[in-house]
Ligand binder design. Sequence first.
Ligand SMILES: *[C@@H]1O[C@H](CO)[C@@H](O)[C@H](O)[C@H]1NC(C)=O
Ligand SMILES: *[C@@H]1O[C@H](CO)[C@@H](O)[C@H](O)[C@H]1NC(C)=O
Ligand SMILES: *[C@@H]1O[C@H](CO)[C@@H](O)[C@H](O)[C@H]1NC(C)=O
Ligand SMILES: *[C@@H]1O[C@H](CO)[C@@H](O)[C@H](O)[C@H]1NC(C)=O
Length: 374
Amino acid sequence: MRGACACAVVCALVALCAAESGSPRAALDEATRAAAERQLLALLGLPRKPSPPAPAPPVPKALRVLYDERGALPATAANTARSFHHTTTRLDDRFPHEHRFRLYFNVTGVPADEVARGADLTFHRADGATTAQRLLLYDVVRPGRRGRSEPILRLLDSVPLRPGAEAVRVDAVGAARRWLAEPSENHGLLVRVIEQNENGTDARLPHVRVRRRVNESVEQWHGLQPLLLLYTEDERARAARERGETILTRSKRGAARRGHRAHHRRKEAREICQRRPLFVDFADVGWSNWIVAPHGYDAYYCQGDCPFPLADHLNGTNHAIVQTLVNSVNPAAVPKACCVPTQLSSISMLYLDEQNNVVLKNYQDMMVMGCGCR
Ligand SMILES: *[C@@H]1O[C@H](CO)[C@@H](O)[C@H](O)[C@H]1NC(C)=O
Ligand SMILES: *[C@@H]1O[C@H](CO)[C@@H](O)[C@H](O)[C@H]1NC(C)=O
Ligand SMILES: *[C@@H]1O[C@H](CO)[C@@H](O)[C@H](O)[C@H]1NC(C)=O
Ligand SMILES: *[C@@H]1O[C@H](CO)[C@@H](O)[C@H](O)[C@H]1NC(C)=O
């Protein structure tokens, strides 16, 4: 049967699409549909379908830029970028000073199989910050206890705050790695800003933005507040990397926008094995509320005949050539070789997780680049 040759991803998507579109072929019962959706979510590394509130939170600009660059992440081996804003906690009251403050990032929602490969914390400079300062970032390894013990701090990074610079980025990977390994040991980050040329700290001098001003809208503040971008590698990506699989990036994003609805075209049985169009529209699947981008993508599929003698452009293996040969002699003994994807590429997706954080993830093997007889 030809359907058995198609890859599992496309089958799952098509099953869902067919179910949602209400076409006559959509004779899927609820149980099958639920199973297909579960399988697809598992493939995306999600325990269940996220259900973000409406309106969805805005996508941080830095994450949008990474997405537009086709998911090229700045951390080696990472396949996921997760964005976080800090959450205020009671402990913050212990740091009332502008030049010494605490930031807590709740990363408990990061799946257990993900390993930190990089973490960039970005601050925006305050208006009127004209002096040369230095920002020191510490991991609070153990919090201090008032009157009893000093905190244990580990310096993570130290960067100059140059006059005129709009933003500054510090490396927090040392802390992020620890938080993912031991979630209960996340006591936040301590940030200190010191004057570059003096010993002391002048609390009157503006430095970086850490608090929303009363006259500032939530939208304005969203683009200015500290942002943590955590780059991780999940189990699936690590296994693929260890197997030595290369990740192809897709050739044309524009193709997805021009795409058409998911459907199998009826093909004549005699057509030769080749790549055929298949556009998967996330709206059809009912997933457009949590997948921010893309709206859909060109998955393609492989279909067609693998006739004897197997031509070179059909990318056949020696084994496929032999199988085709045997089939031509005795069709009852073995079937013909199968038309399958021989080259797949990844796509990037921006979505909202259950904690409402925007995530960028690169998914391998989502799009067919080449077909062949195997
Ligand atoms: C962190 O987030 C989780 C899940 O959203 C929540 O249950 C937990 O209370 C949060 N922790 C803190 C310290 O805010
Ligand atoms: C900074 O410290 C050095 C020695 O540690 C001292 O000589 C100098 O006077 C100090 N500067 C200021 C502005 O306090
Ligand atoms: C908000 O107030 C500050 C002074 O506290 C001022 O510098 C800034 O321009 C104001 N921003 C807006 C958007 O009105
Ligand atoms: C065979 O593979 C190449 C490279 O991946 C591809 O360009 C070509 O289209 C494939 N042949 C078929 C029939 O898809």
